[in-house]
Design a binder for this molecule. Structure first.
Ligand code: SIN
Length: 285
């Protein structure tokens, strides 16, 4: 597709693109088509200076798919559809401070996430993204074939459950709840056929993947750790510097993300909406 109604500026050779010249609350049909195309092409896209109310943020999300409300995050006041990603000046830990992809613990993981910057620190608080198409495509053919025949177990209990990592962190109490809504672990193909692009994408992540199917966690660890190191090679990543009103829209089946925690003493408040996805099919299907 030739972009005629928006401009595309790639962030790096490996991941992400900024979309310029569009107001997300007043898009023409042509702009909407091109934004969707850029999202499919780049996996994560960025917009700047968007003056969206919470209602307009919700309306933009609904253009993509029904909203998949995150059951663990604290919602923005009055907006159950919007998850708050907040770090207060006195807090030391942040949300999302490790490579992950959202909702891989669900049987039908969220298609995308739309993160809008409301309050930012003077410096820092960037978000990094990694491209899982490139991660897969740059593995050796033998490893690609091996992984294509495998599935992995994903879960959320170790993070959001009653005995999860947040249980001893007093900063987590105001951020997360509903520990009882941790579901059963789920299985996904390790390499998926991406439902929108048709491309093969690596679908394991350090946040929520527990092990390979029929392998113990201990057996799985060396190969998972190899894949995690490989997938986060600088050549496959980009780093987004936020401004007030910036939006990042990422595809959870094509990218990972990581929220840098380098702004102690300052407040950062983001609004995140996740939109529904589908069951994931293996690359071989
Ligand atoms: C997230 O992990 O969804 C939050 C990312 C961020 O705050 O930059």
């Amino acid at each position: 597709m030739t972009y005629e109604s928006v401009q595309i500026r790639k962030l790096t050779g490996g991941c992400g693109a900024e979309i310029l010249g569009v107001d997300l609350k007043a898009m023409s049909n042509r702009q909407w088509d091109e934004v969707q195309h850029a999202f499919r092409e780049h996996g994560v896209v960025f917009f700047r200076d968007q003056k969206l109310t919470p209602e307009q943020h919700i309306a933009f999300a609904r253009r993509w798919a029904p909203i998949d409300v995150n059951r663990f995050f604290t919602a923005a006041k009055g907006y159950p559809e919007i998850a708050e990603v907040r770090k207060e000046p006195q807090q030391k830990t942040n949300i999302g401070g490790g490579w992950h992809t959202d909702h891989s613990y669900d049987p039908e993981p969220a298609m995308g996430s739309i993160l809008l910057a409301r309050e930012l620190p003077e410096e820092g608080g960037d978000t990094l993204f990694a491209n899982m198409y490139r991660a897969y495509e740059t593995l050796s053919p033998g490893l690609q074939r091996t992984l294509e025949g495998m599935r992995a177990v994903h879960g959320s209990a170790h993070i959001f459950g009653a005995k999860g990592v947040h249980k001893d962190n007093p900063e987590s109490a105001s951020r997360y709840g509903n520990q009882h809504l941790v579901g059963d672990d789920v299985l996904h193909p390790v390499v998926i056929r991406h439902p929108l692009s048709g491309r093969k994408s690596l679908y394991v992540n350090p946040g929520f993947t527990l092990r390979f199917e029929d392998w113990t966690a201990e057996d799985s660890r060396p190969l998972l750790e190899y894949l995690y190191r490989h997938a986060t090679r600088p050549e496959f990543t980009c780093r987004f510097r936020w401004g007030k009103g910036s939006i990042a829209l990422w595809d959870n089946r094509a990218t990972w993300h990581y929220a840098a925690n380098d702004y102690h003493g300052e407040r950062r408040l983001m609004h995140r909406i996740t939109v529904s996805g589908c069951a994931l099919q293996p690359a071989t299907a």
